[in-house]
Each structure stands twice: as C-alpha cells, then as structure tokens.
Design a protein around this ligand. Structure first.
Ligand SMILES: Nc1ncnc2c1ncn2[C@@H]1O[C@H](COP(=O)(O)OP(=O)(O)OP(=O)(O)O)[C@@H](O)[C@H]1O
Ligand SMILES: [Mg+2]
Length: 272
C-alpha cells in the first residue's frame, strides 16, 4: 500500500487534511476550536470519530464535508485542494462526492420519502429521478414507504430516508454526525447494519461521529478528539458485526474501548 515506486501507484487518501485549524472570533476574543489537525483516510475505510461534547467533532465534520472552510491548513479531497475553493465549486463537489446524515434527520416536513430522496438529484440536474430514488429507498428497506411523510414514519425509518437521500447521488464518502444518536438500540443497529453493508459492498468511505463506544467498535478505526486535538487514532482489529453481538454492560464496553485506545497510544494531554 505504501508508495514504493514513487510513480503515484500507491493508493491516494480520499481525505487528506494537514494541520487544519478553525477559530471563531467572539467579540474581542478568538476561540481556537481545532488546533492543527492532520488526518488521512483511505478509500473504503469506516472510521469513527469520538470525543467529549465540545471537542470539535462537528466542526471537523463540517470541514471534511466542505460545508465550512478551515481558518488555516490544507484539505485534499480525492487529491484536489478544496481549502481554497469558492462556495460554488464546493457545492458541486459536495453534491458529487459526499452524502450527509445528521442526528436530527433533517427531512422536510411536508415532503414524501420518495421526494426527499429525489431532491439531491433535482439539484444536480440528474435524470431518472423517480427510479433512482426508489432504488435508494429499497436499499434501506423502505420500498413500502415511498409516499409517507416524516410524521408517518418511525425515527429509525426517518433516518433510513436520510441515508437513502445521502446515497442517491452515489457518493464516495458518507459523513454521519451522531446518526444513531436519537434512535433506540434496535433502530440504531439497523442503521449501523446499513452502513456496514454500504462500506463492505460498495466500498463507500464512511466517517461516523459517535459518543457511543459500542457503536464505534463496529467501525474499522477510531479517532479520538479532545479540545480540538487528535489524542488517539487506532485501528479496530476485529470490528463487531452489527446485530450479531449483544451489547455488554456500559462498564465493560467503556473499559474495552478506552483500554485499547489508551493502552497502546498514550498521547494524553493534561486537561486545562
Ligand atoms: N459558529 C460558531 N461560533 C463560535 N463557536 C462555535 C461555533 N460553532 C461551534 N463553536 C464552538 O466550537 C466548539 C466545538 O463545537 P462542536 O459542535 O464541533 O463540538 P462537538 O464535538 O460536535 O460536540 P457535541 O458532541 O456536543 O456535538 C464548541 O465549544 C462550540 O461552542
Ligand atoms: Mg457535534
């Protein structure tokens, strides 16, 4: 996998951020939210990002998703430096390459499932919208709910509509911010199963923000953020298969993930 011949034959990371910072000015004060983050993600990885509330996960995801620009640093998305692109070009890249799934589904209230999924195709001026939206909804098991409004769907079903909407443009990357955060454990597992299948069968790169260590153990790599820095980054050697293993008690679950993360990668900074 490493670049052995120098001819560019090595796999190129799909996401390559270098020394990214993000600051906000609040009155007189400048708040540095991301403090110089570098991260490479290879095509087909299923990565989870964990970290306490306020550590900068969503801020990072907005930059990775080209929804927001960093204050400094570089971002190569499929080899293209997007950190200097104008909003119009960014929007085009988002539409072509990235699917988003959020904790709160972000569905339109008076719009049927099928129409919600057609919307990205309408923005992108794509043909065969009805057919493609139906296929995407079928891929998440909602072929019998095409005409339903969000209020006529369960939370898990609404999230699956959002996943179908993220999928319909055939993105190479899906960014999910607490996508299972509002769901009961069964619906959460169903959503996780869908993500695992998309990753395995279609090799879609998935970046999955979660607070839940058990959920993170279903992915292939965990990155931990704290106070705007990456404090740990390690592979999960034997990811769990969604729906196959029982969720352990909270204590065992936390011990497993934190022990394996910190035991081999002790880059812990003192809290301020
Ligand atoms: N537009 C903004 N202006 C000023 N500060 C902001 C802005 N957006 C985010 N922040 C600050 O950045 C910090 C990180 O926020 P972020 O939403 O990235 O955290 P998070 O890790 O996603 O947390 P959570 O787990 O609660 O979702 C927070 O302290 C927040 O107050
Ligand atoms: Mg967040």
């Amino acid at each position: 996998m490493s670049d052995q011949n120098g001819n560019g034959a090595a796999a190129q990371p799909v996401i390559d951020i270098r020394n990214i910072t993000k600051s906000y000015t609040m009155g007189e004060e400048s708040l540095q939210i991301l403090k110089g983050i570098s991260l490479q993600v290879q095509p087909g990885e299923f990565l989870s990002i964990m970290g306490p509330s306020g550590s900068g996960k969503s801020t990072l995801m907005n930059i990775l998703g080209a929804l927001d620009q960093p204050t400094s640093g570089e971002y190569f998305l499929d080899g293209v430096d997007v950190s200097k692109l104008k909003e119009r070009d960014l929007a085009k890249i988002r539409n072509q390459k990235i699917g988003f799934v959020f904790q709160s589904y972000n569905l339109l209230k008076r719009t049927t499932a099928q129409r919600q999924v057609e919307l990205p195709l309408i923005y992108g001026g794509k043909p065969n919208r009805g057919q493609r939206a139906k296929a995407a909804l079928e891929a998440v098991g909602l072929q019998t709910r095409l005409g339903h409004l969000p209020s006529e769907l369960s939370g898990g079903q609404q999230q699956r509509v959002a996943i179908a909407r993220a999928l319909v443009n055939e993105p190479s990357i899906i960014l999910a911010d607490e996508a299972t955060g509002n769901l009961d454990s069964r619906s959460g597992m169903e959503v996780l199963q869908i993500f695992q299948r998309l990753n395995r069968e279609q090799h879609i790169t998935i970046i999955f923000i979660t607070h839940d260590a058990w959920t993170a153990r279903h992915t292939n790599r965990v990155v931990m953020l704290r106070d705007g820095d990456i404090i740990a980054d390690q592979p999960i050697t034997q990811p769990l298969v969604a729906g196959e293993a029982e969720r352990p008690s909270e204590a065992a679950e936390l011990e497993g993930i934190f022990h394996s993360t910190y035991a081999t990668n002790e880059v812990v900074e003192p809290a301020l």
